[in-house]
Design a protein around this ligand. Structure first.
Ligand SMILES: Cc1cc2nc3c(=O)[nH]c(=O)nc-3n(C[C@H](O)[C@H](O)[C@H](O)COP(=O)(O)OP(=O)(O)OC[C@H]3O[C@@H](n4cnc5c(N)ncnc54)[C@H](O)[C@@H]3O)c2cc1C
Length: 483
């Protein structure tokens, strides 16, 4: 098979039967029609259609080495600088489509799978079957153009003790037994975004395991179909209130559900396992395979698109109400421009300094991407703050589409006009600003960016530990020692 169309994505979803608890009901399928999911599912279908559009197909697809069919560029194993650029351009087309608001488009996990599969020999150290499994799974995902999500961390019950110790070891998802053809998983994982409308769930390692015998049942990596028997999702309250696009321009398109993941004796066949009972393999999963680098390459491209959107939005806002010339406004706009240029520079540096890794994959330099992923969680928090400050009461003068067409139309025309816009145009713009900085959707976006790569505090700790500061220390020491 080849890169999917939107129709093919929807057909597969319609045939899938994931179990989802949502607002007091339990769905077993029918996701694409449910009010909580149907709009975002439509947006995801649009992404798949872009792969076939005359404008984007050359960037979004390449020729599969096995089937000869066009497949998604995010599966491309980069060997040349042009491959890296093509990958980034493809990430950007999809990110632009949602203004960077969709965090879990397929290219994110595809990038991870590509890198993991290229490091099949690393998996094979523990068991040749694992190397073969990850390679085969990547090819399956590529040829079927699967949409994968992932779930990493144990439930947030008591962070004072390890995941393995929650509720006497009976809470976090763990291997409870093994049979002739696989393992059985019980317990829960904290969260998986887009789980109800993904095709596959990647259950990958995250927290550092100590390698003690108690850790063994928690050391695994596997992939299962979204509707595997015993797998259940508990969805949070949807933020798409099924309101018109005019009124909720972002939430009505880009609301990616977040779900708690429950494993109730879920059987995972051995051929779907990439690591089992091996803490060392799990701990090196992302770094030793370069997977984290390719994932971050996609994420920084997405956050660049998001920052471009914020800059465009703030410019329309400041022009609309004639505040461009005030210095503190310019200072805020400059902050957004600086963030954008910083992200672009990181991307450029990462690609310019790319090196071939031990598995023959041209891998962007991690140092700039690592800096970007440590910065953005905090930088993003400023954007809604700035939009709120500059939008001020205009963010409350936001009647709905029905009002614009209803008896209040003349008043809206007369009193809600702005320096550059008619009343209805200004309301439309300010509803978009509202959905970016005040609505429930916008708050979830801010939380998402903050925790995208895990807790920024602990990420900073790991960053400091991994960064080689010896040369700088030595230089200062030499200066101190200089006579
Ligand atoms: C919108 C959203 C979507 C998400 N989607 C996914 C997804 O698709 N897949 C997935 O796997 N995960 C997902 N996550 C989860 C994300 O990975 C976590 O939020 C992140 O790893 C932080 O873990 P936590 O939320 O459990 O916070 P906790 O670890 O519970 O931390 C809570 C607070 O306590 C502090 N704290 C806790 N433990 C320690 C410690 N040991 N040392 C220092 N400070 C500590 C933290 O600094 C933080 O302030 C998502 C999260 C959000 C918010």
């Amino acid at each position: 098979m080849a890169a999917r169309t939107g129709k093919e994505y929807l057909e597969r979803l319609a045939a899938s039967r994931p179990t989802v608890h949502i607002q007091g009901e339990t769905l077993t399928g029918g996701i694409q029609e449910h009010p909580a999911f149907r709009n975002v599912v439509r947006t995801y279908a649009e992404l798949y259609d872009l792969q076939h559009s005359d404008e984007h197909k050359d960037v979004l697809t390449y020729t599969s080495p096995t089937s000869g069919e066009p497949v998604g560029t995010s599966f491309l194993t980069p060997k040349t600088p042009n491959d890296l650029v093509k990958r980034r351009k493809a990430f950007k087309v999809w990110a632009d489509h949602s203004n960077g608001m969709l965090g879990r488009t397929g290219d994110y996990m595809n990038s991870s799978l590509m890198a993991l599969a290229s490091a099949a020999d690393w998996f094979a150290q523990a068991d040749p079957a694992f190397g073969e499994n990850i390679r085969r799974y990547y090819e399956k995902a590529r040829e079927e153009d699967l949409l994968c999500t992932h779930t990493l961390i144990p439930p947030q019950v008591n962070r004072a003790v390890a995941g393995t110790q929650q509720a006497g070891g009976k809470l976090a998802a763990r291997i409870v037994r093994e049979d002739d053809n696989g393992v059985v998983i019980s317990g829960a994982r904290m969260l998986a975004t887009i789980a109800p409308f993904a095709d596959e769930m990647l259950v990958f390692p995250s927290t550092v395991l100590r390698g003690t015998p108690e850790d063994k049942p928690y050391s695994y990596a596997f992939a299962i179909p979204n509707d595997t028997p015993g797998l259940r999702y508990i969805a949070r309250e949807p933020l798409d209130y099924d309101r018109p696009r005019h009124d909720h321009p972002l939430a009505s398109r880009f609301e990616e559900s977040d779900c708690v993941v429950v494993f109730d004796d879920v059987h995972v066949p051995f051929e779907r396992c990439f690591a089992l009972g091996d803490a060392e393999l799990c701990n090196g999963f992302y770094s030793q395979t370069s997977s984290v680098v390719h994932m971050t390459h996609q994420v920084v491209t997405r956050t660049t698109a998001k920052t471009e959107y914020i800059l465009g939005l703030v410019t329309l806002l400041t022009e609309a109400i004639g505040i461009e010339q005030f210095q503190h406004v310019q200072e805020d706009v400059a902050e957004i421009i600086t963030t954008l240029e910083t992200l672009r520079a990181f991307l450029r540096a990462a690609e310019a300094d790319a090196e071939v890794n031990e598995y023959g994959v041209l891998t962007p330099a991690f140092a700039p991407l690592n800096a970007a992923r440590n910065l953005y969680p905090k930088l993003y928090q400023r954007f809604p703050q700035i939009l709120r400050k500059l939008g001020a009461s205009g963010l409350m003068a936001t009647p709905t589409e029905l009002d614009i067409q209803g008896p209040g139309a003349a008043d809206i025309e007369a009193y809600l006009q702005s320096a550059t816009l008619t009343g209805p145009e200004r309301v439309k713009l300010f509803r978009l600003v509202w959905d970016t900085c005040i609505s429930a959707f916008s708050s979830r976006q801010a939380l998402y960016e903050y925790y995208f790569f895990g807790d920024p505090v602990r990420m900073a700790g790991a960053y400091v530990k991994s960064y080689d500061r010896e040369p700088y220390k030595a230089r200062v020491q030499a200066f101190l020692d200089r006579a």
